[in-house]
Design a protein around this ligand. Structure first.
Ligand code: PGA
Length: 266
């Protein structure tokens, strides 16, 4: 794991944007894995700004989102399709037909299972994901892979943890149906991405970040599966990094890495 600790959430977003732009500018058909939630919004704003200043184009890119709620239409204000259209896709030059979010409006189980399998095939047909952006839940989830999710899991139906439903309650009005099920990429699916970049900001993530980086490999902390990925970068603000035992070491590693790249390490 490469662990990068930066002063603020905006620095985290800038770093993530640099990584995304690098993929977009160096691959002929870049494939991005995208995430919803509060954390990546600052990244998307940064990408929009770079698009507007002609630093990057999304015309050739394909995107796959991690997850979608089951049982609400794509057009629902709280669907992840709506989130992505609003926070990113409608403000850049991407072909909407090249943006994929799991199809989960139906509540028919066999249809959902078919959609899940087809999602895996679409990812493979696109050549796999070059860079998967991730957030982390306070319970250590990635995508909607809640604690006890198999590290070998593929895109599938998942029941949300109570704490996740609680955390997302703020987006639904009292009389509105809030889904308790989702279609999510599996941990096995995520681990097949060529590179992953997990962003975490704020004090509320400090414990799950510690469990992911310094805890044992455990299905109780799904994000700990990233310890198995050969190209995983974890980018944190100071607050999210505040519980790390080896924080100074990670900062020292980054300093050394920079010196190595500059040729000034001896
Ligand atoms: P958040 O969600 O960015 O809204 O904190 C992260 C997640 O649950 O994956």
């Amino acid at each position: 794991m490469r662990i990068i600790i930066l002063p603020t959430a905006q620095h985290v977003a800038n770093y993530a944007a640099d990584r995304v732009v690098d993929i977009l500018n160096t691959r002929s058909n870049p494939v991005l894995g995208l995430a919803t939630g509060s954390t990546p919004i600052a990244l998307y704003q940064e990408l929009i700004a770079r698009y507007q200043s002609s630093q990057v184009s999304f015309q050739q890119s394909v995107t796959f989102n991690l997850d979608e709620y089951i049982g609400i239409p794509d057009t629902h204000a709280q669907s992840y399709r709506t989130f992505m259209n609003h926070h990113l896709f409608e403000q850049i030059d991407i072909e909407l037909a090249n943006t994929y979010v799991p199809l989960a409006e139906t509540t028919n189980v066999s249809e959902l299972q078919r959609n899940a399998q087809e999602y895996e095939v679409k990812i493979q047909n696109a050549g796999g994901i070059d860079l998967q952006i991730l957030g982390i839940g306070v319970n250590g989830h990635i995508g909607f892979n809640e604690p006890t999710s198999s590290f070998a899991s593929r895109t599938r139906i998942k029941t949300l943890a109570e704490s996740t439903v609680e955390a997302n309650k703020r987006f639904f009005s009292d009389d509105e149906f809030q889904p308790h099920l989702a279609l999510t990429m599996g941990i096995g699916t995520i681990l097949e991405s060529k590179a992953v970049l997990l962003m975490a900001t704020g004090q509320s993530k400090a414990n799950s970040v510690k469990a992911m980086i310094e805890g044992p490999l455990s299905a109780m902390c799904p994000a700990s599966a990233l310890q198995l990925h050969a190209a995983a970068t974890i980018v944190l603000d100071e607050e999210a990094a505040s519980e790390l035992t080896l924080k100074d070491y990670y900062q020292w590693c980054e300093q050394k890495r920079q010196q190595l790249h500059e040729g000034s390490w001896v």
